[in-house]
Design a protein around this ligand. Sequence first.
Ligand code: DQA
Length: 158
Amino acid sequence: MSFSRTKTRTKSRIKSRIKTVLVINGPNMDRLGNREPGIYGTMTLDEINAEIKERADKLDIKVQFFQSNHEGDIVDKIGSAKTDGIIINPAAYTHTSIALSDALAAYDGEAVEVHLSNIFSREDFRSKSLTAPACRGAICGFGGKGYLLALEALGNLR
Ligand code: DQA
């Protein structure tokens, strides 16, 4: 029907304002693959990042990747980010870092927090995120696919 064709064309012309995304992973995320595979799975961070890049290409989003085991380096990276969006897995700093929370609050773009595991179904100390309230939203419990969901979410922002 011509009506639905017109509608589809109109919809596809509405582009997301998020064109560039920085993906940040915190401490010990460089050890994925071997790190507690029963909880975090067997994919390495490089493999996860390759999937993110593939999805980003489809969504026409440019992605950059950063991993650090050092809180201050992550603070600096957020502070100097020029991207429209950030996807961040702050790892253990999620539960401890006011510095990261402040950096995200001051970030002039859209941030999404991601966790591979469901932080609400683990030890009590993991149920509290200091960083998620400074983000637009959070996704947890879907393994590496969570980053793809976060990318889709950012790509759908108008
Ligand atoms: C994690 C959950 C955190 O509690 C933990 O400290 C991590 C990984 C996750 O992705 O499930 O390092 O962020």
